[in-house]
Design a protein around this ligand. Structure first.
Ligand SMILES: NC(=O)C1=CN([C@@H]2O[C@H](COP(=O)(O)OP(=O)(O)OC[C@H]3O[C@@H](n4cnc5c(N)ncnc54)[C@H](O)[C@@H]3O)[C@@H](O)[C@H]2O)C=CC1
Ligand SMILES: CC(=O)C(=O)O
Ligand SMILES: [Mg+2]
Length: 563
């Protein structure tokens, strides 16, 4: 047991067994059973956590499908968090797809059907006058990281109403499993502002506020009530915005990024993991990022967030911003985004291509609505990124055309969950004779082609946010800056096996994720100091803080706290 210091607690009897953060189930010792009035409430034999994991894993293997596995793991989490995280840690690669994408998507869609137990906080619009009271009802006093969603864009599955709670829960499980943040410090929150999903509104089982979404000033005033209440309750908390829709994601980030310690995972976390992946792939090919030409399908929060980070990285390599922007092509549902398109939101406008630069392109229809295929035929990209949440849009023709211009293209269908992928790795590798480098948002099995087994990198922001959170806590940072996200990307690239050894995968193995998160945390903490948003402590103190904050799923001895 690494942490031998006893924990002084006030709970006893059934109340202790019903407190998931403290419950040890059959692992309570004889003395603890006596001291905390547990004798007779548990079978006689005392077990170790290893024995408990064996039983739990046996039961897990009896489940018939992934949703059942998800429900089973969530039930352990709601009963005994230490056991849950030990089980997940011991079977990380197998269980991440169950507690996170893709299965969490199905769990969100079926939330009201599979609901078992309360977890997290629901801040519902009709309760808007009581948000302080709601936050004070949270049993955790010392919350350090919140993941909050209004659930309007859950993965690529659209508006899931309160069912989206699965996402903050899943993200925070990864904060602990991958970034060592104690579950005692994390809190998932859903802002229930209604839903525009007719299936949910018509579902008699739907558990959220049965009302269409509030919008406009009413929406922003409600979110502000929430943010101000969070600041009063936990002034230093790190707030992660997750799975907001495109029309609110950036405005909320712009509004709050200088007011509270916060970031938007879909814009900034995704940008960092994608640029980290690109940097690693370029190093592996012996090329510079600034030599690449990048095409996006999907110019939303993720697409534009990644594109802006690519521009920043190209500028750091020496390109002018104007030249960098000329190398990035954004295709959305109306085709290539150009400066002739009126009514583009600002974040797309900044990434539009100037007509004069593409005037010589060979396209049909006088250059209106330039398709993805036409963009690829003319721009001849070396990198193709899919963040459109539309299955199948990377067609055989699109991929083969890309391959005809670039011998070893990097193709990244990043949309989640698996059902929304723009093309599967098997399709891409088949159409490119195994020559493309592929990274996906959701996990995929290795592909066998030309007598080779090709592992598929999972380019998901889960490589970034746990380390960023750990770094913010270690340095006690007050803000999350763009440069902190940029060093997270650089550090991820530096951990890539292909960069380190010249062979292997583009991204580190999931089994190494804790060490990667610690490295990202250190770099993020140092950058926070450089940016003047963190404590001035020594490198040694940062490292110590990271190690000290790194929670391990092990039971501690309990002593009775005097009341
Ligand atoms: N791998 C990762 O770490 C991450 C993956 N994602 C995934 O990326 C996808 C998009 O997320 P966001 O950018 O936040 O959503 P968003 O809604 O902001 O953007 C999606 C964009 O795709 C466009 N689009 C829709 N249909 C299209 C079509 N037929 N052709 C071209 N464009 C089309 C939409 O107009 C929109 O601009 C989701 O599936 C999400 O799960 C998001 C964040 C992180
Ligand atoms: C991974 C993630 O954050 C998303 O798909 O929304
Ligand atoms: Mg997300």
């Amino acid at each position: 047991m690494a942490n031998k210091r006893p924990l002084y607690i006030q709970y006893s009897g059934p109340g202790l067994l019903e407190t998931p953060l403290l419950n040890k189930s059959s692992a309570f010792t004889r003395e603890e059973r006596r001291d905390f009035n547990l004798t007779g409430l548990l079978p006689y034999t005392m077990e170790t956590i290893e024995e408990q994991v064996v039983r739990a894993y046996d039961q897990y293997n009896l489940c018939n499908n992934d949703l059942e596995r998800h429900i089973y793991l969530r039930s352990i989490q709601d009963d005994n968090e230490t056991l849950f995280f030990r089980l997940v840690q011991d079977h990380l690669e197998e269980m991440l797809p169950i507690i996170y994408t893709p299965t969490v998507g199905q769990a969100c869609q079926e939330f009201s059907k599979i609901y078992r137990n309360h977890r997290g906080i629901f801040v519902s619009y009709p309760d808007k006058d009581n948000i302080d009271d709601i936050l004070h009802s949270a049993t955790k006093k010392n919350v350090k990281i919140i993941v909050v969603s209004d659930c309007e864009r859950i993965l690529g599955l659209g508006d899931q109403g309160v069912g989206g709670m699965g996402i903050p829960i899943g993200k925070l499980s990864l904060y602990t499993a991958c970034g060592g943040i104690s579950p005692a410090y994390t809190l998932p929150i859903v802002l229930d502002v209604g839903t525009n999903n007719p299936d949910l509104l018509n579902d008699p089982m739907y558990m959220g506020w049965r009302h269409e979404r509030i919008s406009g000033d009413e929406y922003y005033e409600f979110v502000d009530l929430f943010i101000q209440a969070v600041k009063r309750r936990w002034p230093r908390v790190l707030l992660q915005f997750e799975d907001f829709a495109q029309h609110t994601a950036l405005p909320l980030l712009e509004k709050y990024k200088d007011q509270v310690c916060c970031f938007n995972d879909d814009i900034q976390g995704t940008a960092a993991v994608a640029v980290g992946t690109l940097l690693a792939a370029c190093k592996a090919k012996g090329e510079k990022l600034s030599d690449q030409v990048v095409t996006f399908l999907g110019a939303g929060s993720a697409g534009c967030g990644i594109a802006e980070q690519i521009v920043r990285a190209m500028v750091l390599e020496g390109l002018t911003e104007e030249l960098a922007r000329q190398r990035v092509f954004m295709v959305d549902r109306w085709g290539l985004i150009t400066d002739e398109m009126t009514e583009l939101p600002n974040f797309q406008q900044r990434l539009s291509q100037k007509r004069e630069h593409i005037k010589d392109w060979q396209v049909v229809g006088e250059g209106k609505d330039i398709s993805l295929l036409e963009t690829i035929q003319n721009a001849k990209p070396t990198i193709l990124i899919g963040v459109s949440a539309q299955r199948g849009l990377f067609t055989e023709e699109v991929i083969k055309t890309m391959h005809s211009h670039c011998a070893k293209p990097l193709i990244m269908p990043l949309s989640n969950p698996t059902s929304k992928v723009e093309a599967t790795p098997k399709e891409i590798l088949t159409w490119t004779n195994g020559e493309a480098l592929v990274a996906t948002g959701s996990p995929f099995s290795p592909v066998h082609i030309n007598d080779k087994e090709i592992a598929i990198a999972q380019c998901n922001n889960s490589y970034i946010f746990p380390g960023v959170g750990l770094g913010v806590l270690a340095a006690r940072a007050k803000r999350v800056t763009e440069t902190m996200m940029m060093v997270a990307a650089d550090t991820l690239a530096a951990c890539s096996p292909i960069v380190l050894t010249g062979e292997g995968a583009i991204l580190p193995a999931m089994s190494d994720i804790q060490e990667v998160s610690k490295k990202i945390a250190f770099a993020v903490a140092k950058q926070a100091q450089k940016d003047g948003v963190a404590l001035e402590i020594t490198d040694e103190q940062i490292k110590q803080s990271i190690e000290m904050n790194f929670w391990k799923p092990e039971y501690r001895n309990y002593r009775r706290a005097s009341l």
